[in-house]
Write a protein that binds this ligand. Structure first.
Ligand code: GDP
Length: 366
């Protein structure tokens, strides 16, 4: 599955947020038997209002949402790239996730020590980013030398990847994370960059952790983070980890009431989960029938056989075609049969690029 790693300086609210996520996951687990929860990984359902719509039209008995994982990567401190704290361990953990959720402290509380002795989320973001850039710089400098030698010796793989390595290295030498050059890269270059598995090429989402009173409106610090994020082409969400910890212990009705009192429309975790999903550049397609309506996850740009493979590898291997109905057509026309009669059930082949919201039925050889 796809994983977001939660990082941040100590005492910014990571554990509080992560515990709220796993509580939510544990509550969901009763309904979704195949959900495993490891100590530092929580797998949560991705909220999607389209599921209930489709299920009511298809008269499905069950609804099965798709899921993503969050990994708690605690202990990142200034000097991590030089092995401070448990530096190397944590950097290794970050290598294994697909995207980074960076929690920033945007709340004042004299009882809770800030490691740098002041509340400044933009400076905090910079501290962590610097460690990640230093780690990338060191690893690339080591690899570039070897790769140059091999490229001179006509090693094909090295010749192919060397220009991307050098490009990423010069980016870091200029004090910039590799991430900022990714929007301009062609698909093939992106593939090469991903092989390098750098820390600063992973997409980032900033989470501003605020006091309860600021959850609906934000504050001066969240505005500073918003400006920083925008300048980087990154997203941010405002959340109060304390509120989320409370909400995770309430039933749905109590939670709605509590959130209403605070002027909030939905749990912050829902916002976070959806933002994480978007960050990973994932889209959802659905299968719908009398037994269940179910959401499935694929990377944006995936073709139909790959999407079929998410359900079962046999579906990918034996893929013939996929009956595909756009979500809007399915809802407007009132289901599969009507959509077929209206000519809105397309027969798509191997080259079809799956679109978010597609309702699919696969034909395959066994
Ligand atoms: P971590 O080190 O980043 O995992 O931080 P924790 O989640 O352990 O939080 C550190 C301390 O800050 C704990 O005592 C939390 O209860 C507290 N804390 C977390 N979020 C908030 C918040 O929004 N407001 C206040 N006042 N305290 C918070």
């Amino acid at each position: 599955g796809f994983k977001c790693g939660i990082v941040g300086l100590p005492n910014v609210g990571k554990s509080t947020l992560f515990n709220a996520l796993t509580k939510t996951a544990a509550a969901q687990a009763a309904n979704y038997p195949f959900c495993t929860i490891e100590p530092n990984t929580g797998e949560v359902a991705v909220p999607d209002p389209r599921l209930t719509k489709i299920a009511s039209i298809a008269q499905s008995k069950e609804i099965v949402p798709t899921r993503i994982s969050f990994v708690d990567i605690a202990g990142l401190v200034r000097g991590a790239s030089k092995g401070e704290g448990l530096g190397n361990q944590f950097l290794a953990n970050i290598r294994e996730v697909d995207a980074i959720v960076h929690v920033l402290r945007c709340f004042e509380d004299d009882d809770i020590t800030h490691v740098e002795g002041r509340i400044d989320p933009v400076a905090d973001a910079d501290t962590i980013e610097t460690e990640l850039m230093l780690a990338d710089l060191e690893s690339l400098e080591r690899r570039v030398e070897q790769t140059r030698k091999r490229a001179t010796g006509k090693d094909k793989e090295s010749i192919l990847i060397l220009p991307m390595m050098e490009k990423a290295l010069s980016q870091l030498q200029n004090g910039k994370p590799v991430r900022v050059m990714t929007p301009d890269l062609a698909a093939e270059d992106m593939r090469l960059l991903n092989i390098l598995n750098l820390l600063t090429s992973k997409p980032v989402l900033y989470v501003c952790n605020v006091a309860e009173a600021d959850a609906a409106s934000g504050n001066a610090q969240t505005e500073a983070v918003a400006a920083m994020a925008e300048a980087q082409g990154a997203q941010h969400v405002v959340i109060s980890a304390e509120i989320e910890a409370q909400v995770a212990q309430l039933d749905a009705e109590e939670a709605a009431e509590y959130l209403g009192e605070l002027g909030l429309e939905e749990p912050g975790l829902d916002k976070l989960i959806r933002a994480g999903y978007a960050l990973l550049d994932l889209i959802t397609y659905f299968t719908a029938g009398p037994k269940e309506t179910r959401a499935w996850t694929v990377r944006r740009g995936s073709k139909a056989p790959r999407a079929a493979g998410v359900i079962h590898t046999d579906f990918e291997r034996g893929f013939i075609r996929a009956q595909t109905i756009a979500y809007d057509d399915f809802v407007a026309l009132g289901g599969e049969v009507a959509a077929r009669e209206a000519g809105k059930a397309r027969d798509e082949g191997k080259e079809y690029v799956v679109q978010d919201g597609d309702i699919m039925l696969f034909k395959f050889n066994t």
